[in-house]
Design a protein around this ligand. Structure first.
Ligand code: PMP
Length: 457
């Protein structure tokens, strides 16, 4: 629609577009922000505001905005062969090349890719195929998935059921049967006086207790985000995932890592299982696989699971029209080429990640900040009424929103969950931009504290 003005777009949006994860009536009153352009770590809105995107879209624009090579890869593939499916004995060259590339990049024997359009569909896929894995080995009763309260694994029926968001379960009659949840590691809210190792063991033991309560012969898999994103960047104790792996092996429970946020460099390694030193049997991917330029998700299966599915699984009665879409695969290959050739993940681990971490953790000095957590290129600030206690603000969520709105007015995009401010910038952020980000965050904290009548930093 050439020349259409912002007010008209907002009016049409309010009239015809239902937004995900929004109170649509409230949104229609406020009017949506219309984004028009992106370059590097910045986006511009229709009013001409330039915003530093410290959230990389939705944890996904890892290589930054405006990379022409990605558009060119899509355009080349669309011209050559815009679509073909992976059903009926067929595939396409980019799809095959991406499968092999993922097998090379992913740790140990996660050598087999199943393609989806999104992270949610990737998690739906594991629910079905992992249950099928046990069923074809004469253990159909081994079908229970254990997830975690407050975990996020997507919005489809299985994804939202595997996740532990109570507000999501309330809508649509979830979770579906044979999915149960345990408490996650959340040091700030739950750690008490335990040291890191003790707390890690304590949280992992919740899994063992649940497996024993259900009976190991009933438990198909445990699924978790290595770092829990949407709920507020909960970073587990260092030993947590190794303990979880030990317990899964002991009871022959498959270990599924949801790396939809963590994959492709977010925690300073290609995958968070490398950061935390554990070996998942199955891994789900999306977001950073294409830096969000085009929708794509994938499930990576290890040799054990894939061999059973191939040799005994019969016809896999599961798949999407766009599983392995050649244009999405071509964009993913180009995105991975950029990440590799520009040493972006290495730079996160050795240079910009530590610098960002130092600046982010220094924000803990602000009177409003109860904890500053950070790993790799992802973090959160827990906003509190009083530094000396681990209490929350009474009307949880209000202060986080205030701070988010002040940040936006300063030209910085941060996300707020409850009263935690979440950080997940493009991996290509420069030192100057990190300084800008830290300065604007401090200012937003100051303005929030002033609004609340607290002393400022
Ligand atoms: N898993 C995790 C850990 C996520 O953060 C998300 C999305 N934020 C999903 C799954 C779902 O991915 P999608 O929105 O692509 O369906």
């Amino acid at each position: 629609m050439p020349g259409i003005d912002t007010a008209t777009l907002q009016r049409l949006d309010a009239a015809h577009h239902l937004h995900p994860f929004n109170d649509n009536a409230a949104l229609a009153k406020r009017g949506t922000r219309i984004l028009t352009r992106g370059e590097g770590c910045y986006v511009w809105d229709a009013e001409g505001n330039k915003l530093l995107d410290a959230f990389a879209g939705l944890w996904c624009v890892n290589v930054g905005y405006g990379r022409k090579e990605l558009g060119e890869a899509a355009s080349r593939q669309m011209t050559e062969l815009a679509y073909y499916n992976s059903f009926f004995q067929c595939t396409t060259e980019p799809t095959v090349r991406l499968s092999a590339k993922l097998a090379e990049l992913c740790p140990h024997d996660l050598n087999h890719a199943f393609f989806t359009n999104s992270g949610s569909e990737a998690n739906d896929t594991i629910l079905r195929l992992v249950r099928h894995f046990w069923a074809v080995q004469d253990q159909p009763q081994k079908n229970i998935f254990i997830g975690r309260h407050d975990g996020y694994h997507g919005s489809t029926v299985a994804g939202a059921s595997l996740g532990g968001m109570k507000g999501m379960h309330k809508q649509g009659g979830l979770p579906i049967p044979d999915i149960v949840h345990i408490d996650p590691p959340y040091w700030f809210g739950d750690g008490g006086d335990m040291d890191e190792d003790e707390y890690g063991r304590h949280c992992a033991k919740r899994l063992e207790d649940k497996i024993l309560a259900l009976g190991p012969e009933r438990v198909a898999a445990f699924i978790g985000e290595p770092v829990m994103g949407a709920i507020g960047v909960y970073i587990p104790p260092r030993n947590y995932w190794q303990e979880v792996e030990r317990i899964c092996r002991k009871y022959d429970v498959l270990l599924v890592a949801d790396e939809v946020i963590c994959g492709f460099g977010r925690t300073g390694e290609w995958f968070a299982s490398q950061t935390f030193g554990f070996r998942p049997d199955v891994m789900t991917l999306a977001k950073g696989i294409t830096s969000g330029y085009i929708p794509l998700g994938a499930v990576m299966f290890n040799d054990r699971v894939a061999n059973v599915l191939s040799s005994r699984g019969g016809e896999l009665a599961h798949g999407y029209t766009y599983s392995g879409h050649p244009v999405c695969a071509a964009v993913a290959l180009e995105n991975i080429r950029i990440l590799e050739e520009e040493h972006i993940v290495d730079r996160c681990r050795t240079d910009i990640g530590p610098y960002l971490g130092e600046r982010w953790k220094a924000l803990a000095e602000h009177p409003l900040v109860g904890e500053a957590r950070f790993v790799g290129m992802v973090g959160a600030l827990e906003l509190v009424p009083s530094k000396s206690s681990r209490a929350y603000f009474p009307d949880r969520g209000r202060v986080g929103q205030l701070c988010r709105d002040f940040a936006l007015a300063e030209g910085l995009i941060l996300r707020a969950t409850n009263d935690a401010m979440l950080l997940s910038p493009p991996l290509v952020i420069s030192r100057d931009q990190v300084d800008e980000l830290a300065g604007k965050t401090w200012r937003a904290l100051d303005l929030t504290a002033r609004e609340l009548g607290m002393a400022t930093g």
